[in-house]
Design a protein around this ligand. Structure first.
Ligand SMILES: [Zn+2]
Length: 249
């Protein structure tokens, strides 16, 4: 078992926990888990967590209890790109001032990552084209499919940004999916596809591998069986030990 890495999603989870008046009863929430990877302790994957630096930046806008769910995959993005991931709770009418400040930061070109835009189809783009000197800020709406749609349609402060609709089936990261568990990609898979399509393939592949390992071991823990993850472990071992971000303990 390992300590919880210090990054935006874990900080948000602690804040959300502190705000809860009663214990959060997520499915699988009563199981004992490693605080670092939220897998059952005997399947801890902390030693294999890849950590990269990237000019690509993510802004996770998370629906209410999403940061508390052990199965949340937005957290995996922050695991891999701790310096490039911001996370906020969603509010329709009272968005976090820090979120608004990030969206206004001239260092970034924000993109709302979503398959379409019902309100304004002219906002939809399929490629990232950055003005000189800007870094991409990919806004991901983290929740169930219904919650994400609600956030996309009811966040006026996001209405001015282009909507980036990636075509995942054309990308290698999409082909690396462990199982076609759902026609909709989960948040970490969307992020991996966005990274690849926007010209950050190394980060995209690392994230896809990390998601695959998490997913494989999460299910193995749930069904009390041994994970079939030798190839994934080998791929992830190539990134070296994630020592940098745990030295603050
Ligand atoms: Zn762990």
């Amino acid at each position: 078992m390992s300590h919880e890495p210090d990054h935006a999603v874990n900080r948000l989870r602690r804040m959300r926990l502190a705000r809860s008046t009663r214990p959060f009863l997520a499915r699988g929430g009563s199981v004992k888990r490693c605080p670092g990877c939220l897998l059952v302790p005997e399947l801890c994957a902390c030693d294999l967590r890849p950590q990269l630096r990237s000019a690509a930046t993510f802004c996770l806008v998370m629906f209410d209890s999403e940061p508390l769910k052990p199965s949340n995959t937005g957290r995996l993005i922050a695991d891999v790109l701790p310096d490039s991931t911001h996370a906020f709770l969603w509010s329709r009418t009272e968005p976090d001032p820090a979120l608004l400040a990030l969206l206004d930061d001239p260092a970034y070109q924000p993109y709302l990552v979503f398959p379409d835009c019902e309100k304004a189809p002219e906002r939809v783009v399929h490629q990232v084209s950055l003005p000189t000197g800007k870094r991409p800020l990919f806004i991901l709406l983290d929740g169930t499919w219904r919650e994400a749609r609600r956030m996309a349609n009811k966040s006026p402060y996001l209405d001015r940004f282009p909507v980036l609709a990636v075509k995942p089936e054309q990308l290698s990261t999409y082909g690396m999916r462990v199982a076609a568990h759902d026609e909709h990609l989960c948040t970490a898979e969307v992020a991996a596809c966005v990274l690849e399509s926007a010209g950050y393939p190394d980060e995209g592949v690392a994230l896809q591998h990390w998601f695959n390992l998490f997913s494989c071991r999460y299910l193995a823990g749930k069904w009390h069986r041994a994970p079939d993850d030798a190839a994934l472990c080998q791929a992830l071992a190539a990134y070296g030990q994630p020592a940098t971000y745990e030295s603050q303990e």
